[in-house]
Design a protein around this ligand. Structure first.
Ligand code: SIN
Length: 299
């Protein structure tokens, strides 16, 4: 692990071996953080796409306050899973209390790589996940890891003729594709009402988008929501998308986060895809609070 001290000595950034992912140490996110420190955190976040802070003790207010430093927050369309009193917090959990799920189990259970809310006209810029309960195996190791794949590194590694082929293409994103699909429906408890579906119509986004801050090009398709490519027959788009999904998640582009209680981890939804590993079940409990930062129309 390398330790890179940023220009300020207030925080330091520890890098692992993956092309993305960095631990930021020296910050208590429960405090009202100084603007200069926020700038350092942003610098690390945009550079490494995934950053995490260990040993945090955050109230919902403190998580919301910190997340707002990165932009306006989304209110998820699945209102049943918002934390009571904190509509900016989506509860992700497999826990059932009094016969009722305390949170959305599916965000951690749909076994496909995705980026959060890519089906919006202005998809989420980033997400911040705070871990309150982490499942463990009988041997004591943590379960329920989250994997992140760099879509910017994946773009850089594409052959030049493929970059040319993808330039200018748009993919269609559909909110409930992953949940309408037989393969994933069996593990899903989400049902979207007709009204919720009407609120979020399909949208087309560039297959290659430019990061609004770093300027890096990123592959912006995902298995959970993309149904096809505009003006391309399915016989042509399906194998192309499959090849790109496989390419984006090659092991050399991936960082795997092993959760501990008290982690606050943020990821950039433009430059990474993620996948929650489903290797646990009740009575192993997992509970996370997610805030999601609003984004812009991709270009
Ligand atoms: C998500 O897909 O947004 C949540 C990932 C996780 O629960 O690890």
């Amino acid at each position: 692990m390398t330790i890179t001290s940023l220009a300020s000595n207030e925080i330091s950034v520890r890098l692992g071996n993956a092309p993305i992912g960095a631990e930021i140490v020296g910050v208590d996110l429960a405090q009202d953080i100084d603007a200069g420190v926020i700038e350092k955190i942003k610098e690390a976040y945009y550079r490494h796409s995934v950053v995490y802070f260990r040993n945090q003790q955050l109230t919902p207010e403190q998580q919301v306050r910190f997340s707002r430093r990165f932009g306006e927050l989304e209110i998820h369309v699945l209102k049943d899973y918002l934390l009571p009193g904190y509509p900016e917090i989506l509860v992700l959990s497999n826990i059932v209390e009094d016969g009722k799920p305390v949170g959305l189990a599916d965000a951690g259970r749909v076994a496909v790589w995705h980026t959060d809310m890519s089906y919006l006209k202005e998809p989420s810029a980033g997400s911040a996940l705070y871990s309150l309960e982490v499942p463990h195996s009988a041997a004591g190791g943590s379960l329920g890891d989250t994997m992140f794949a760099s879509t910017a590194a994946a773009y850089d590694a594409l052959p030049e003729d493929m970059k040319r082929k993808l330039a200018g293409l748009k993919a269609v994103h559909h909110m409930t594709k992953g949940y309408d699909n037989d393969a994933t429906a069996s593990s899903s408890r989400i049902t979207y009402s007709d009204e919720q579906r009407r609120q979020v119509p399909d949208v087309a986004h560039p297959v290659i988008r430019t990061h609004p801050v770093t300027g890096r090009k990123c592959i912006y398709i995902n298995q959970l929501c993309v149904t096809g490519i505009v003006d391309m027959p399915d016989e042509e788009s399906a194998p192309l998308l499959e090849a790109l999904y496989g390419h984006c998640t090659r092991p050399e582009f991936v960082y795997r986060h092993r959760w501990r209680v008290g982690d606050l981890l943020m990821w950039d939804n433009c430059s990474v895809q993620h996948l929650a590993v489903q290797d646990y079940a009740l009575p192993q409990r997992r509970r996370m609070h997610r805030t999601t930062i609003k984004g812009f129309v991709p270009f």
